[in-house]
Design a protein around this ligand. Sequence first.
Ligand SMILES: NC(=O)c1ccc[n+]([C@@H]2O[C@H](COP(=O)([O-])OP(=O)(O)OC[C@H]3O[C@@H](n4cnc5c(N)ncnc54)[C@H](O)[C@@H]3O)[C@@H](O)[C@H]2O)c1
Length: 392
Amino acid sequence: MNEHRIGIIMNGVTGRMGTNQHLVRSILAIREQGGVVCGDKRIIPDVVLTGRNETKLQSLAERHGVENYTTDLDAVLANEAYPVFFDASGTPYRVGFLERAIEAGKHIYCEKPTASDYGEALAIAEKAEQAGVKNGSVQDKLWLPGIQKFRSLRDQGFFGKILSVRGEFGYWVYPGHDPERPAQRPSWNYRKEDGGGIIIDMHCHWRYVIDNLFGKVTRIFSHAATHIPERVDENGEVYQCTADDSAYAILQTDAGVVCQFNSSWCVRVRRDELFTMQVDGTEGSATVGLRKCIVQSRADTPTPVWNPDVESPIDFFKDWEEVRPQEEFENAFKSQWELFLKHVVGEEPFPWTLREGAKGVQLAELSLQSSSEGRWIDVPREQLSQLSTQSS
Ligand SMILES: NC(=O)c1ccc[n+]([C@@H]2O[C@H](COP(=O)([O-])OP(=O)(O)OC[C@H]3O[C@@H](n4cnc5c(N)ncnc54)[C@H](O)[C@@H]3O)[C@@H](O)[C@H]2O)c1
């Protein structure tokens, strides 16, 4: 088998997502397993880390045995040994980096959101298409074990007609006032001016999750809240929270499915996982998490009768069964990286483009509009069809 080495510029990967999910659990894991098989080739990634802070880059490179790093992005963009550019820097900087990389002729892969607003997200997708470079945006949730198990049962018709979905995402993020309990997320998440806000963060995900599993989103009603107005940052300084920390949304799809998604960094968890969604269909239901998928068929559905005066005669947790497939699932980010590398080297399809990523930014923008105007907002039809034609 021929070895095909491919140079990847990994930008802004000293942060949480860049280091853990993309560098360590995806690219370095792919190298460790001996690459990705693509036809008669074995694709082996060669990495250069780029960013602003040489000390951080050096320390990250040394910790993980990566040979190359630099703060001189222009130099690596001019280097033909690196045809792929990946970005996991902060959201406000994404478009600026992608523009430079596209102009240098690089293939593009990046974290979500692909831009801070929909206009910019569409423009960068168009720029990549016009330059003829391959492109993709991270839509990792599609490769989560829980969602893959659900999808396979859905395709077998287990749920019959799917009626509704209730997604709960979130956990308690410490505000940071107590030095014993510092915040466990970066402070920019709570400042709008730095790209923060749970809607721009999570509604990007809900868009592709719904579009891929339950029909295309046609309209949304959303309420955004900033429940905790003041938090303490990484330097112990108090700051005002200018971004939404919670969002309560109802969405409809062209398949007639009603979806509700609550997203919050101000809730305590009493559910199986940090994200769960209950899907109810005529023939069966599921609670789908990051890893688990637990189902109840129509035949196993109990017959409850409302009577608050007695202890429930039914144990409602009993007649559910956890789906246990034969296969082991890989890290979700790694699975998508492998498909992207095969797309770049071997022409395999990769429908999770920058244009698809733009739809997530669009939904976030419409959600904020719905919240500020207090009304349902339709997802513009002509833009939807234009997007799906161009991305097909
Ligand atoms: N797919 C997912 O599930 C998921 C989850 C969390 C975050 N994200 C996205 O990943 C991105 C990074 O989030 P994070 O949580 O890792 O944040 P983080 O604050 O931990 O990391 C941000 C990174 O960007 C770098 N950076 C910041 N400003 C920069 C600049 N001007 N130039 C170059 N680099 C700069 C930082 O040094 C750091 O490496 C965000 O866009 C976020 O929306 C995606």
